[in-house]
Structures are given as C-alpha cells and as structure tokens.
Design a protein around this ligand. Structure first.
Ligand SMILES: NC(=O)c1ccc[n+]([C@@H]2O[C@H](COP(=O)([O-])OP(=O)(O)OC[C@H]3O[C@@H](n4cnc5c(N)ncnc54)[C@H](OP(=O)(O)O)[C@@H]3O)[C@@H](O)[C@H]2O)c1
Length: 212
C-alpha cells in the first residue's frame, strides 16, 4: 500500500521502517525539510512536502506530538478535504508523560479532534500503546493491537497493516471507544513511569471467556 506519514519523529520513523521492510511504499513529511529528509533516509521512505503528500498515498498515519496535530493536519490540507475517503491512523497520546492524565475534555478523545480536523477521513485509533521499538525490533511473541474506528473497510486495512509488522489486531468497536483506548495509554504510561510493569496490573486470562 501507499502509506503517508505526517511527522518525522521516533514513532514515525520506526513505523516507516517497519512498513518499508514489509514491502509498502512510504511517503513521509514533517514541518522541517531537514528532519523529513533524515527520516526518509533512515527508513527508506520518500521525502514529501506536507501540502501534496495526500496526492501520493492511500492511507495516512498521523504521528506528531498532540499539540502539533492541528498544525500538521492543516498543513496537509485535511480541513479542506485532502484526506477524505482515506483511512487515517491516529496513534497519538494526548497525555503528559509521567502523569498519564488525558489532556482532552472529559468524554472526548483526541481521535474525535482528529476526525473534526479531517472531514471525510476514516479515523482509526491504533498503534498508540506500544513503544516504537516494538515495530523495529518486535518482541518474540506477537502483540495484540487494540483499535477502533467507524468505517469497516478502513479498520480492515489498518488491521492488515498491523499484521504486516507483527501485530494481531483486536477491534473494540467504533470511534466512540477511542476515549477508552486513550485512557488505557494513560494507565500504561502512569505505571511505566512509576517503574511498574503495566502487564502485572491486569489479570492474565488463561482461557478466553464465552461470547456474551
Ligand atoms: N515514541 C513512541 O514510542 C510512541 C508510542 C506510541 C504513541 N506515540 C505517540 O506518537 C506521537 C509521536 O511521538 P514520537 O515519540 O514520535 O514524538 P517525537 O519523536 O518527539 O516527534 C514528534 C513529532 O511531532 C512533530 N511536531 C510537534 N509539534 C508540531 C507542530 N506544531 N507542527 C508539526 N509537527 C509537529 C515533530 O516535528 P519537529 O521534529 O519538527 O519538532 C516531530 O515530527 C505522539 O503523539 C506520541 O504520544 C509515540
């Protein structure tokens, strides 16, 4: 697939590298041309400019610090509809590291803000829980990637991209579950910064429970 990545930082470069290795065609763009070139060189992606990246891709990954979301989506023309009809993956965490409290209004997910800024795009919340190194140096056991989104085809596409980099997709439901998924990241981040393994804070389920 042709995947466009908005952002040139740690997670953007790791996912660009992993998807390039999996045989996908990656375009990357950020606000700094120098950092865009560096991320492209490191990952094997094409360096693009924000205003025209949407012309080159079928799927978009939004991968910036949450305070930069409005700026980068605006620079990519999303409010004018450039991402309409495309899956838009949102792995962002609007939390203060070390504290883990969400910075969005109660009941509201950052994914909803992303959807408002990108009319017509099919937002899928995914890939926000694991550190970037999971995708460049995968753990021996595949990880489950919880995700949600309203458009079934977009969710299916993102699920296949997750499989391509060694994850197992688990779809929780529509985008109304995004706040819950984002709160889980806050929970994980809080424990991790308290030197507690978050996996030790959830029950191990030896046998799957019957369907309700
Ligand atoms: N790193 C991880 O392991 C990880 C895991 C899960 C989720 N995430 C989430 O993924 C997102 C990116 O994290 P990261 O670790 O890759 O961060 P990072 O390395 O600090 O990179 C942040 C990116 O955001 C860009 N940015 C910040 N403000 C911007 C603005 N106003 N306009 C345009 N671009 C702006 C930066 O551009 P400049 O370089 O030009 O400043 C850079 O490309 C975050 O939302 C984070 O919560 C990260």
């Amino acid at each position: 697939m042709r995947i466009g990545i908005l952002g040139t930082g740690t997670l953007a470069t790791a996912l660009a590298t992993a998807w390039t290795r999996a045989g996908h065609d990656i375009s990357i763009a950020g606000r700094s041309p120098q950092r865009t070139d560096a991320a492209a060189n490191m990952s094997g992606a094409h360096a693009r400019q924000l205003p025209d990246i949407a012309d080159h891709v079928d799927v978009v990954l939004l991968c910036v610090h949450w305070e930069g979301i409005t700026d980068i989506l605006t620079a990519a023309g999303a409010p004018a509809g450039t991402l309409a009809g495309k899956p838009l993956i949102d792995p962002t965490n609007a939390v203060d590291h070390g504290i883990g409290v969400l910075r969005t209004d109660p009941g509201r997910a950052i994914a909803h803000h992303v959807a408002d800024l990108a009319p017509g795009a099919h937002v899928v919340k995914a890939l926000h829980l694991f550190p970037s190194t999971q995708w460049t140096t995968p753990a021996p056991t595949p990880v489950t990637v919880a995700m949600c989104g309203d458009d079934p085809e977009a969710v299916e596409i993102v699920g296949s991209l997750v499989r391509d980099i060694g994850g197992i997709p688990a779809v929780l439901g529509g985008l109304d579950r995004a706040r819950q998924l984002e709160e889980v990241a806050g929970f994980v981040i809080t424990l991790a910064f308290a030197a507690v393994d978050p996996q030790s804070a959830i029950p191990a389920v030896a046998q799957p429970l019957p369907q309700p």
